[in-house]
Ligand binder design. Structure first.
Ligand code: QUE
Length: 360
């Protein structure tokens, strides 16, 4: 029996526990295949009033997608009659995110600890994101030759000003106060109150009003102040430097800024995949203000094209396999990444385009 996702009901609450703590609850295809039918069934079940999702182990909500397995599969031949993991994984992950995005009931993520990449896909699309003082939030994909997927093209441009551009390009880690300022967090609740939150949701009177309002009211009894956001303190510099449409212009603006923050940011960008940076900036500009379903179509194309490029396997090697954190990017500099190489990542996939049926 696969116990990587625990599913139970607590009265009117469908409770999901991501249960791969050794891998920081990173989402693999098996977990997606447990989650999708359970969430579909709860959406239809009138006795379930809300869904709560959390991570086991106390360190992470979800560290991302199982990009390591995808990278490994990119390097080996696909058995006859089978589909490559890179195709199945991203398609099913996007289908799950789509279900959550359009979920007909309150969907509450208790985001306690690490939440990166695919972890945002399992949380940002729901109705409530309860964050705790242990939150560590990031979209770090440019460090592994990828791009901010799972709807990054949709939610990053909705963060204040250019904060999403900054976070998507640099992979900067945010704390709970940052997450509340961004609008990712909807409630800040102390870590040691989360079990009580689940109990209160299970005991709530769901007939007293619209389910979303009931959930909000229950949570309001647990909220605390998150403190000042370090990210917010840099919002003016972020505006000045990241409201550009070309990576070269962002780097020039950071250089002109000349502050320690700007120098550190420039150094961070210098470690990321140059191809990823250019693809990500183009993604964020192209998708800004577009409806979610359109953004996801673009991102699925990006997932298929970018995982075939050398930087993806090299990024996984450097960050997750050998952990030397010394990736050799190809091409190695922004100047060598041609516009045509960037555009090639956005090309439609013909008969393999992502399509959603009306109820998924
Ligand atoms: C960028 C990413 C991921 C990452 C690191 C990055 C990612 C991901 C993981 C991860 C971390 C710990 C694990 C694991 C995976 O790290 O998507 O299985 O135990 O899943 O810089 O996109």
């Amino acid at each position: 029996m696969n116990t990587d996702v625990l599913l139970e009901t607590r009265g009117p609450v469908g409770l999901v526990t991501l249960n791969r703590p050794k891998a920081l609850n990173a989402l693999d295809l098996g977990m997606i295949r447990l989650l999708q039918p359970a969430l579909e069934a709860w959406a239809q079940d009138p006795s379930v009033k809300a869904v709560v999702i959390r991570g086991a182990g106390g360190r992470a909500f979800c560290a991302g997608g199982d990009v390591r397995a995808v990278a490994a599969s990119r390097g080996s031949p696909v058995p006859e009659g089978q589909e490559p993991l890179s195709r199945a994984f991203f398609r099913e992950e996007y289908r799950l995110n789509h279900l959550i995005h359009h979920y007909p009931k309150p969907y509450l993520a208790l985001v306690d600890g690490i939440s990166m990449g695919g972890g945002l896909g399992l949380s940002v699309h729901g109705s409530h994101r309860v964050v705790t003082e242990r939150l560590m939030l990031a979209m770090p994909e440019t460090a592994i030759g990828l791009f901010p997927d799972v709807g990054g093209g949709w939610f990053l441009p909705r963060f204040p000003g250019e904060a999403g551009t900054y976070l998507g390009l640099t992979g900067t880690r945010c704390n709970a106060a940052d997450a509340m300022w961004l609008g990712y967090g909807t409630q800040h609740v102390p870590h040691d109150r989360l079990d009580a939150v689940v109990d209160a949701l299970a005991a709530a009177d769901w007939t007293s009003g619209p389910a979303k309002d009931v959930a909000t009211r229950v949570l309001s009894g647990f909220t605390t102040e998150p403190g000042a956001s370090p990210l917010k303190e840099h919002r003016e510099e972020i505006e000045r430097c990241f409201a550009k449409d070309r990576m070269e212009d962002i780097l020039a603006a950071l250089e002109a800024e000349g502050t320690p923050w700007a120098e550190e940011t420039r150094a961070t960008l210098g470690r990321m995949s140059p191809t990823s940076l250019k693809v990500t900036l183009r993604q964020l500009r192209l998708c800004r203000g577009r409806p979610y379903d359109e953004v996801v179509t673009v991102e699925y194309r990006l997932s298929q094209h970018t995982t075939a490029l050398p930087d993806f396997r090299e990024g996984i090697r450097a960050v997750l396999v050998d952990k030397d954190n010394r990736p050799k990017w190809n091409p190695p500099t922004l100047a060598e990444v041609r516009d045509a190489d960037v555009e090639a990542c956005f090309v439609p996939l013909g008969e393999r385009e992502l399509v959603f049926s009306s109820h998924t």
